[in-house]
Design a protein around this ligand. Structure first.
Ligand SMILES: [Zn+2]
Length: 299
């Protein structure tokens, strides 16, 4: 499942292409992947408006695992990758075979003629290209908002963004829950964008037991945890995401390498810090690994 680093890496790899680009047309092969504002009719005209046909993309943004595309009119389109979603720039012939399937939304796009500041965009490319939303398992989707304000209202139900979370914000978010810290971290309304891998990694790095009661952890340890979340997510973003076989950036390239994890997936192996055998358990159905020596339950 793509986590925050994959989504942020994808956003950064898309930006040089899509910001400033104009969307000329769209082919919507599966309407069910698009969520319109509730009072909009689900007809062709509404889908074309929602998907930005005729618009210029002015910016992208991200909160947690959701990426937003901002159009010149002020409308927004949120991309959720779910488990297998991707957004890809296609400059050649349409992909065939398995790569050509499950492309639920394909835009025809052209680059703006004025902006040549993006070094990532080869200058010898045809000005016309395609942007494809592909999602074989269909847990992801596209959600349209009429304005930035409407999107902000939706995003206000999410906790602070994990990539930028500071100690005070994490302390405030955790102060409201007596759940185990790992459960709290996985709750997107507490912190947006910490998934299973990075919850285990950041708790191990901050030496906090996954079952420690969230609002009983000392302030200094919460501040340290926030710093580890930022550091670990930031590093994974730079590396192009983590361990996903399915992950591809905007050009269909996989993440740079399988990243070394210190806790996640290392059940039964020695702790890289102290050598104690790491323990695995299930917490709310999620595989959870911790070091019984480094991560004690005292808070
Ligand atoms: Zn250890």
């Amino acid at each position: 499942m793509p986590e925050l680093p994959e989504v942020e890496h994808l956003r950064r790899s898309l930006d040089p292409w899509i910001v400033g680009a104009r969307l000329l047309d769209v082919r919507l092969a599966r309407k069910s992947v698009v969520t319109l504002t509730s009072d909009e009719p689900r007809n062709t005209a509404a889908f074309r408006v929602a998907l930005g046909v005729g618009e210029t993309i002015v910016r992208t943004d991200r909160h947690g695992k959701q990426m937003a595309i901002a159009f010149g009119s002020g409308r927004m389109l949120v991309v959720q990758l779910g488990m297998t979603g991707s957004i890809t720039v296609e400059t050649g012939p349409s992909p065939r075979g398995i790569e050509g399937r499950h492309r639920h939304v394909v835009w025809e796009a052209c680059s703006s003629t004025s902006s040549s500041t993006h070094s990532a965009r080869p200058s010898n490319q045809s000005p016309h290209w395609r942007l494809a939303f592909r999602d074989p398992r269909r847990f992801g989707g596209l959600t349209a908002y009429r304005s930035r304000e409407a999107l902000d209202r939706a995003w206000s139900s999410l906790g602070p963004d994990a990539l930028h979370i500071d100690g005070a914000a994490l302390l405030a978010a955790l102060s409201r829950t007596r759940r185990p810290i790992k459960s709290a971290l996985l709750d997107q309304s507490v912190v947006a964008g910490v998934g299973n891998i990075y919850a285990d990694e950041s708790l191990h790095a901050a030496r906090i037991h996954p079952l420690a009661i969230a609002n009983a952890i000392s302030e200094s340890r919460v501040v340290a945890l926030a710093a580890e979340i930022r550091r670990i997510l930031g590093r994974a973003t730079e590396a192009g995401g983590s361990t996903l076989r399915d992950y591809r950036d905007a050009f269909g390239q996989p993440g740079s390498a399988v990243q070394a994890h210190a806790a996640y997936g290392r059940d039964g192996l020695p702790c890289l810090r102290c050598g104690t055998t790491l323990l695995g358990m299930r917490l709310q159905g999620r595989a959870t690994v911790h070091c019984p020596h480094c991560q004690d339950l005292s808070t």
